[in-house]
Design a protein around this ligand. Structure first.
Ligand SMILES: [Zn+2]
Length: 153
């Protein structure tokens, strides 16, 4: 049997590589690169400051272990036969990732509009609202709950 066929047969009924696994691989690689930086710094302190050398040595071990841990977790997820559980994890991961992305986009938009708009919260339902700047006293109607209030823009 060809290697490719054997591999395909082996992966049958297993979760395979998904977005969460890819993310764990990327994060694991980043941690191992960071560990490399720590070990270089640690050897830079060797003979000059034993305490600093030890601290960076410990940082090296911690980041290295976490990086390897992420690789192992990613492998475990890829080979796992509990496909439903792994898919549920992946869905939660994608949901969380999307939340963070939306928050980040919102912050970028606030920064772009900082000269023309203010961002306030509705006093009743705490919904975030965008209002123009420098228009004197304005009456705001909350888009979510309909609360009306006056602010100095
Ligand atoms: Zn409201």
């Amino acid at each position: 049997m060809h290697l490719r066929e054997r591999l395909l047969r082996f992966m049958q009924g297993r979760n395979g590589v998904d977005e969460l696994s890819r993310f764990c691989n990327g994060a694991g690689l980043a941690l191992i690169l960071l560990a490399l930086v720590f070990t270089i710094i640690s050897s830079g302190f060797a003979g000059r400051s034993d305490t600093a050398a030890l601290v960076f040595r410990i940082l090296y071990w911690v980041t290295y272990a976490c990086g390897i841990g992420l690789f192992v977790y990613s492998l475990f997820r890829s080979f796992s036969r509990s496909v439903y559980k792994r898919q549920a994890e992946n869905t939660r991961f994608l949901y969380r990732k999307n939340q963070i992305r939306r928050k980040w986009e919102g912050l970028k938009e606030r920064w772009r509009n900082r000269k023309t708009h203010r961002y306030i919260r509705c006093p009743k339902c705490h919904q975030q609202l965008r209002v123009p700047r420098n228009k004197g006293k304005i009456r705001v109607t909350c888009a979510k709950c309909g609360e009306k209030f006056i602010i100095q823009s």
